[in-house]
Design a binder for this molecule. Structure first.
Ligand code: SAM
Length: 295
């Protein structure tokens, strides 16, 4: 019911910024005031009781932990960048996933963080500063305008693409859509989704076209097939011509893509139920690299 949608029963997730603090020290510090568990899916993610208010906590203020939801924390983890790689974050502000990448890469290698919106570039820079990461290069501009053949991208091995989406997996938006009076907005909403999906498809195709890239993650906080499975299926011919296949992020995760094309079982969905937001992740891996991993 609607009472479940008010968000208060959601556990509070915090991601330890391992660039500044190790997980056990963070657990020790937080256990002074809260019951703390390690998340079963994402390393470095801690689960605290619903309603835990950490906004003013000193670990948050000094960037040792970040208030980041579970779904959001699964995205960089799904990309699995290796230490020392060059990685591109295509749509990066406010930078939660960018700095997660930096932590996973142990502050080594390089991250290029692209962001179109000038105001949001500032937020991105603040997040980076707070994280202490020193290997992130901010690029203010249109991801679609980056030339994949440019020499600055020739070493990019992985791309995280978390583009603008309808946000329909988040609670406020979901409540809106549950109200019958909003039926009038159906056409407007459908048009908006298709417009968003147009950009998402272009951006995903663009990400796949960087010559040295072997891993691409596409994610949304939307529950709509139009922005999720449909975007992925639209690039499959291109992806396979470039040697990419869908891989299975978090294989132990139960909820997979809607069964609308063969291969959608690789996709990952999170349902907007009592303690979780709506979310979607697809992982493309270059086939020869998949073989390398197996052997
Ligand atoms: N990944 C971010 C995080 O975890 O903090 C959230 C990204 S948000 C969903 C999408 C971002 O993409 C917005 O900041 C938006 O301004 C940016 N964006 C939209 N179109 C873009 C484009 N063509 N090139 C680069 N960034 C773009």
């Amino acid at each position: 019911g609607v009472s479940q949608l008010n968000g208060h029963i959601k556990p509070r997730y915090v991601r330890v910024n391992t660039l500044k603090m190790d997980v056990d020290s963070a657990v020790q510090e937080l256990e002074k005031h809260y019951t703390v568990q390690k998340d079963e899916t994402v390393p470095d993610l801690l689960v605290l009781p619903p309603g835990s208010d950490l906004h003013a906590h000193h670990l948050v203020a000094n960037g040792r932990i970040f208030l980041q939801g579970k779904a959001s924390s699964m995205v960089a983890a799904a990309l699995q960048p290796e230490v020392g790689w060059e990685v591109l974050d295509a749509c990066s502000a406010p930078g939660n996933k960018t700095i997660h990448l930096a932590a996973l890469m142990e502050g080594q290698g390089k991250i290029i963080a692209c962001e179109l919106n000038e105001e949001r570039v500032k937020r991105l820079e603040d997040t980076i500063k707070l994280s202490g990461a020193s290997n992130i290069e901010v690029c203010h501009g249109d991801f679609l305008g980056l030339n994949p053949k440019d020499s600055s991208f020739k070493k990019v091995r992985a791309i995280l693409l978390d583009p603008s989406c309808s946000g329909s997996g988040t609670i406020t938006d979901r409540l809106d859509h549950l109200l019958p009076s909003h039926a009038d907005n159906m056409n407007y909403d459908t048009m908006r989704l298709h417009k968003l999906a147009g950009f998402q498809k272009k951006a995903l195709a663009h990400a796949l076209s960087f010559p040295q890239v072997e891993r691409v993650v596409y994610s949304t906080c939307s529950i709509h097939q139009i922005e999720n499975e449909d975007v992925v299926s639209s690039v499959l011919p291109l992806a396979s011509s470039l040697g990419f296949e869908l891989a299975t992020p978090f294989p132990q995760w139960q909820r997979r893509g809607l069964p609308v094309f063969s291969g959608s079982e690789h996709l990952l969905r999170m349902d907007p139920v009592e303690d979780k937001e709506g979310f979607f992740i697809a992982l493309f891996v270059k086939t020869n690299k998949l073989d390398n991993q197996k052997s």
